[in-house]
Design a protein. Structure first.
Length: 65
């Protein structure tokens, strides 16, 4: 069974494991609130050729632009 895994392959696997284990990750969410709810529905959700009417926003006061 040991003949299937060479020492070089074992060292390479151990090196990769060590490299990825010590890596710290971080992410940041960027929000763009320049669009109104009507614009978001029309441009993002529906796209071209479809028209939305009577769009209402349900959320916290002051969060609507």
């Amino acid at each position: 069974m040991n003949d299937l895994i060479s020492p070089t392959m074992s060292r390479s696997a151990l090196l990769l494991l060590a490299a990825f284990t010590g890596t710290a990750l971080s992410a940041q969410l960027v929000l763009d609130n320049t669009l109104t709810p009507e614009q978001l529905v029309q441009d993002v959700l529906l796209g071209g050729g479809v028209t939305a009417t009577n769009v209402t926003f349900n959320g916290l006061p002051g969060t609507q632009t």
